[in-house]
Design a protein around this ligand. Sequence first.
Ligand SMILES: *Cc1c(COP(=O)(O)O)cnc(C)c1O
Length: 387
Amino acid sequence: MNLANRIVEALGAVLPCDRFTPLHEPFFKGREWDYVRECIDTNWVSTAGKFVERFEEGLVAVTGANRAVAVNSGTAALQLALQVCGVKQGDEVVVPSLTFAATAAAAVHAGGSLLFADIDRQTLGLNPDKLDQELQLIAIPGEGGPINKQTGRRIAAVVPVHIFGHMVCMNELSAVCAKWNLPIVEDAAEALGSTFKGAAAGTIGVAGILSFNGNKIITAGGGGAILTNDEELANKARHLSSTAKLPHSWEYSHDLIGYNYRLPNINAALATAQLEQLNTYIKRKRKLAYRYAELFANFDEVSFIEEPDGCMSNYWLNTIMLEGDAVKEREAILQATNKAGFMTRPAWNLLHTLSPYAKYPTMDLSTALEIAPRLINIPSGAGIVVA
Ligand SMILES: *Cc1c(COP(=O)(O)O)cnc(C)c1O
């Protein structure tokens, strides 16, 4: 049997064969209806209301961050986090080339320029050693952060992305960034519930962000949050997110040009009910991942991406990697699996290859170029029942 059909058979051993299985479906089995109905019954559907606060408190409890600021998307969260961490017009922000476009878009929305960095084979996220080596080639240390000799721009922040829930090696990255005087803003959009040596994704850098889009591990319909231990940064982000309006009973006075990025109460209500089930989702998702790992252990040409050393992963999206020449079968595998009712997707196109991002400088990206075409995401929703 050819590789594509063997993969279909393997997926068929786990997934239902009588219906289409999406890549990642939301799973509503808690108090979602009660909480959303409460918003409607009380008229508190918009940017004020008790669920926003309750959701933020829940995020603080789950992650151990000092502060959580809920906003209306992960992209908005990352833009604000970069701004309050000091990214100014024209500064460079280091991002991996292998990530969802929102990571890079948010840095540009914050006024930044981009500097694309390579990934690590095991974590699929930023490679700290390589970042250090590349900075040694192009950067001059400076008081306000290093200067890129090739562009003349200040490098103002590093954004590790915890791809598919697997965390970047954060102790190594923290050491490299401390040496270069670079703040870390974690894109933990996909990694709520993952930990690195016990520390929650999004709480290790100066700030971190989460997403609650419909395809993430928990959903608000749409939403995001900024996590930080720095109360001042949290206050600034909250102020910017809510039109920079100064508190007053009736005056409209604004001290900055702010944004309307607050999370509506009705979305926070949905997210609060979802957050109550996070531990159940993680248990189910990890069980599914173990099952996939067992199945793909029988393949020579395919490896299953497992949580990296030091990381407890939420296994947001399960991923297989096509080894050696099997990379040539990717189209056939995508065709056969989707046709069989098992939704699969390639990993994102590397951002530096897309026209809006092609003008930005890149470091050596050899690992990303080699690995990205080999990745396929397979169905991963918390609703999938593993026998
Ligand atoms: C989903 C996602 C985002 C953006 O979050 P939204 O809530 O969709 O704006 C950013 N980065 C990564 C890596 C993501 O997966």
